[in-house]
Design a protein around this ligand. Structure first.
Ligand SMILES: C[S@@+](CC[C@H](N)C(=O)[O-])C[C@H]1O[C@@H](n2cnc3c(N)ncnc32)[C@H](O)[C@@H]1O
Length: 347
């Protein structure tokens, strides 16, 4: 295999240069040889090597191969018997340093081994758990069963320039919504007053706080534990223009004097029922982002229903569009309806 030979003190500089040129081999190890370092090269055309030879001493050497780590999918397939492979889900979620698996009932006898395999394949993880049951109660909490590593349910999750502290067994959080949270934060214009209903541990509040020039961000959350973490998170991220309210959205809006330019409603099961509460605190021209789980066939009926609910409160829908921001089940998507509303003039 071809490589270059450099004096030890030149090692980092040479590696940096080779990386930049796309010439550093990822399959073989860098080796020491007396006062020199031998750096392996990718298989490239003789023209490229000749050019490199003008700057470095090119050598032929049998470099040691790097041990190829197996992926979780490969390790899992070694653990679970082949006839059960169709039941094996090899995709997983990462929340901070916790890896979250979904394991079919028929594979539960292998779950501890699968947890260990996940930790082996992902150096950045400390804990492996599996999802237990579905999102329960109005707090939308999902429980998790410990499988391997450090026994804990709290972690720090980095996302879109913010760090969110979470307890995965006591509050809702989905790392899969990171792109959607970023999309919303980029829509927020300078000087806007933003309301995040159903704010949980405050991921939307923090990400909008970190990535926009909103004038103010208000969050409302019913789950006291999520609210407690949300308070910690706005402090941790130094979001000075945020205010968090613990309680039911319906009651909380009656006490809020402020009116909002943008209202985010991330409660995909039933957010539409809270539209009257949102409109109570909306400025006369406002944007609403309302999340729902739905199939593609249902979109037009849902748009009609949303418009009808808005009309009933004495408002007009100026614009309504939707984007798909996730999948909940086969053919059921998480959608965000981006709505522009205006208050109807009184006759
Ligand atoms: C799907 S979670 C979204 C949490 C958070 N926005 C996020 O993206 O991680 C919905 C949240 O709404 C809260 N919730 C449900 N009903 C509520 C209500 N009536 N008033 C305030 N919060 C509510 C739940 O406790 C839960 O934390």
């Amino acid at each position: 295999m071809l490589g270059i030979k450099v004096e030890k003190k030149q090692t980092q500089k040479a590696i940096g240069e080779l990386k930049e040129l796309g010439l550093l081999s990822g399959e073989a190890k860098v080796e020491k040889s007396g006062k020199y370092t031998l750096i392996p090269l990718k298989n490239k055309s003789s023209k490229v090597i000749k050019k490199l030879g003008k700057k470095y001493e090119v050598i032929e050497h049998s470099f040691q191969r790097k041990k190829q780590e197996k992926s979780f999918s490969e390790l899992a397939k070694d653990i679970v018997p082949e006839e059960l492979h169709p039941k094996l889900k090899t995709a997983f979620d990462i929340v901070g340093d916790i890896g979250i698996l979904e394991i079919d009932k028929e594979l539960r006898e292998y779950e501890k081994e699968l947890g260990k395999a996940l930790l082996k394949s992902q150096n950045n993880l400390k804990t492996a758990v599996r999802k237990e049951g579905s999102h329960k109660t109005e707090f939308r909490i999902q429980k998790h069963k410990f499988l391997a590593g450090e026994r804990k349910t709290t972690t720090l999750h980095k996302e879109n320039n913010a760090v969110i502290e979470l307890d995965i067994n006591n509050m809702y959080f989905s790392p899969r919504l990171s792109t959607e949270r970023k999309r919303i934060s980029l829509l927020v214009k300078k000087g806007e007053d933003v309301l995040v209903m159903f704010s949980g541990a405050a991921p939307y509040v923090c990400i909008i706080g970190k990535n926009s020039q909103a004038k103010s961000i208000t969050g409302i959350e019913l789950n006291p534990k999520a609210h407690e973490y949300a308070e910690k998170n706005i402090k941790r991220n130094k979001i000075k223009n945020a205010r968090l309210i613990k309680g039911d959205v319906r009651k909380a809006v009656d006490k809020i004097k402020k009116r909002f330019d943008r209202i985010i409603m991330p409660l995909p099961k039933g957010a539409e029922k809270f539209l009257p509460s949102a409109l109570k605190v909306a400025k006369s021209n406002a944007a609403i982002h309302l999340y729902q789980f739905a199939s593609l066939k249902e979109i037009n009926a849902l748009k009609k229903d949303i418009k009808h609910r808005i009309e009933k409160q004495g408002w007009k829908t100026l614009k309504i569009s939707r984007i798909i921001c996730g999948q909940q089940a086969p053919e059921v998507y998480r959608m965000c309806f981006d709505i522009e509303v205006a208050k109807k003039a009184k006759n």
